[in-house]
Structure formats: C-alpha cells, structure tokens
Design a protein around this ligand. Structure first.
Ligand SMILES: Cc1cc2nc3c(=O)[nH]c(=O)nc-3n(C[C@H](O)[C@H](O)[C@H](O)COP(=O)(O)OP(=O)(O)OC[C@H]3O[C@@H](n4cnc5c(N)ncnc54)[C@H](O)[C@@H]3O)c2cc1C
Length: 344
C-alpha cells in the first residue's frame, strides 16, 4: 500500500512512511507474506496488531510492516471442566473476552478492555486486575524468521514474566500467528484483586458470574480512564507509558508510608506505582510535558498526543520524565511501549 504511514497504523497516530505494508487477513495469507518479504531480501518485518503499545518513528520504516488482522476462535473440549481455545493473532482481545463471558469460560475475564490483538498480548504478558496472559496460556503457534519455519511454543518456553517475554526481549525473531488458552468452563470467576472486589461489592475471593466480573472490569477501567475511546480527548495514546518499577523492601516501606501504592507482582517482586512516582516528581493530570504532548486529564501515567506532537518529541518526553523521577525519588522508570521504525 504506497503512501501508508505508521501513524495510520498506531493509536498514538505518530510515525512516518511505511514503505511496504502487508495485511494478513486469513492464515492462508501467511505463506505469501513470507515469500514477499524474502524476495525483498529482508530478514524480519515490523509486526503490528492495533499499534496500541508502540511509538513509531517520524522517519518511518523502510522495510516491510506486517499488520495482523486474522480473526477466529476455535474451542475444543478437553474434559467436563476445561476447554482449549485457539485464537487467531489478529483477533481483538476485547472481542475474545466478550465471547468468553458469553460462553461462561473463566480465566481471561480481567483482561477485558485491554486494547489490541490477541497475538500481541503474550508479547508483554498483558495483564490487569490480578490476571495475566501467562495464567491461561497453553501454547503459541509462531513463525520463526531466523529458522524460516513454524513452531508450536508451549507456554513454559515463552519466558512470560511481569509485562515481559522472550518476544519482547528478542524483538522481530518470532511472529505469533495463533494463541491457545486453557480456559475453565465455569459460571463463576474469582475476584482476586481488591479494587475489582470493591467494584463488584464483594470480598476478595468471592466468585461472581464471569459476565459480571467482565462488566465490572470494564466499568472500573472506564472510570479510571483505562479504556481506549478513539473519539475521546485521550484517543491518541499508547496506554501506560512506564512500567511499575521494581523496588526493594526498604523502598517499598518508604513509598507505602507516603501513600504510594506498592504491589507484589506474580513473581513476588515488589513494584511501586509509576503514576504516583511521576506525581511525586511534579507531574499530574493535564500537565503539558512537551509540544503537543501532555498527561491525560484522567491519568498522569497516560501521555496523550495532540497537534504539534512528534514521535521524537514523545520519546524525548519519556526520557525527560524518567530523569525527573530518578532525581526526585532515586527510582528508574522503564518505558512500556516499544519503539518501531528507524530511530537514531
Ligand atoms: C488505553 C490503553 C490501556 C491499556 N491497558 C493495558 C493493560 O491494562 N494491561 C496491559 O498489559 N497492557 C495495556 N495496554 C497496552 C496494550 O494494549 C497491550 O500491550 C496490547 O497487548 C497491545 O496490542 P496491539 O495489538 O495494539 O500491539 P501493537 O502495539 O501493535 O504491538 C505491540 C508489540 O507487540 C509486537 N507484536 C504485535 N503483534 C505481534 C504478533 N502477532 N507477533 C509478534 N509480535 C507482535 C509489536 O511488534 C510490538 O513490539 C493498554 C494500552 C492502551 C492504549
């Protein structure tokens, strides 16, 4: 597609020319895409889902950009209580969680409202409200650009950690083509996270219906500005711009005492709220950070792009924010979105 820009493929709507865009609409398109990329002499393409977790460079990308737009869910009964659900990589995660709620399949209800595709979700082990992809992932079907072949990768081989995986630490080598989850056939799902239990008006550990948990997650995300509204004032964003940083027990005690939320992640690592640390460094909702870039009116940790914004400016703003937090708190923040395209 000549004339396409990375801006048109990302939620921040920033980014220069995308020279060669290949949209994968059905699994059968894959072999042709691999051939076309090989004929151009390229090792690996840039792969995008909905572009909700990337900062695409102003200079664009001179090679191929593969957009995963495959859809489809196949459910296979394992036994009376478990179902294997295979989902094409381009299938919107939000549609998958809505489907699972209707089918009374538990295990991914807390992921409702996370923007993006199902195939991108394992890349950063997407998670929210005490649940993450690694809780239910069984295996992935991936294309290996180094070995030029397909693999089935069991969940254990994906090195899924807190917002991390072997796909994030080794970008480009594998493209996820399909994701298989192991879900529980159950009318009810446990509310394991305090804010979610509060939203539902139950105690932690109670088991409301799956559809009620899904609805409560969506309501809570809406109130906290965690849904992506393509027509709202925060439409141009890439979600939380920093990961919650790991802290020592001493730092955790210090920051908890100041009212900064500190949680243990699923690996037991204590993490402080990146948003609260930004506020400690003087930032806040609505604060201008750079030309055309400011904190969302609803949430300090979400930076939104406006007229005059550039990808370079956005990336520089993250460097500046991180430096200010380091000065104010001694804690280093790591950006969550991935850089794609040509960067100096
Ligand atoms: C409003 C908002 C709220 C968010 N809330 C959350 C949240 O609660 N929890 C959370 O974890 N994340 C959250 N995110 C981040 C984002 O939604 C997730 O990371 C999501 O999984 C990204 O999906 P995507 O299709 O947009 O991926 P993209 O942004 O297109 O890609 C992200 C990365 O994955 C790679 N990639 C994409 N597809 C594939 C594939 N098929 N194979 C291999 N690599 C691939 C890309 O190259 C890139 O490096 C939020 C984002 C926004 C904008």
């Amino acid at each position: 597609m000549p004339g396409t820009t990375l801006a048109s493929l990302t939620t921040l709507r920033l980014g220069g020319p995308a020279e060669h865009v290949l949209t994968i609409s059905t699994p059968a398109d894959w072999a042709d895409a691999v051939r076309a990329i090989g004929q151009r002499g390229e090792q690996t393409p840039v792969v995008l889902g909905h572009g909700s977790n990337v900062i695409a460079s102003d200079a664009g990308h001179p090679g191929s950009v593969v957009v995963m737009n495959t859809r489809g869910i196949t459910a296979t009964r394992v036994d009376d209580t478990t179902v294997d659900v295979t989902v094409q990589a381009g299938h919107p995660l939000a549609d998958l969680t809505a489907w699972a709620a209707t089918e009374q399949l538990a295990g991914i209800e807390c992921l409702a409202g996370i923007p993006g595709t199902t195939g991108a979700a394992p890349v950063q082990n997407a998670g929210a409200y005490g649940q993450q992809i690694s809780d239910t992932l069984d295996h992935l079907t991936v294309w290996d650009w180094e070995m030029d072949r397909m693999w089935t990768l069991p969940a254990e081989a994906c090195q899924l950690r807190h917002r991390n995986s072997r796909f994030k630490s080794n970008p480009g080598r594998w493209t996820i083509l399909a994701v298989t989850f192991h879900l529980i056939r159950s009318a009810a799902a446990p509310a394991v996270y305090q804010p979610l239990a509060d939203e539902l008006g139950v105690h932690v550990g109670a088991r409301p219906p799956v559809a009620e948990v899904t609805a409560a997650v969506l309501a809570n995300r809406h109130r906290r500005g965690l849904l992506l509204d393509p027509h709202g004032p925060d439409a141009r964003q890439a979600g939380s711009v920093f990961l919650n940083p790991p802290v020592t027990a001493t730092q955790a005690a210090h920051w908890s005492a100041t009212g900064c939320p500190v949680h243990a992640d699923s690996d037991g690592q204590l993490r402080a709220s990146a948003g609260r640390l930004l506020e400690h460094a003087g930032y806040g909702p609505g604060r201008q950070v750079a030309d055309g870039i400011r904190c969302s009116d609803q949430r300090t940790l979400t930076l939104t792009a406006h007229d005059g914004a550039t990808a370079t400016g956005f990336a520089q703003a993250l460097t500046e924010l991180s430096a200010q937090v380091k000065i104010a708190t001694g804690i280093a923040l790591r950006p969550e979105p991935t850089l794609v395209g040509i960067w100096p």
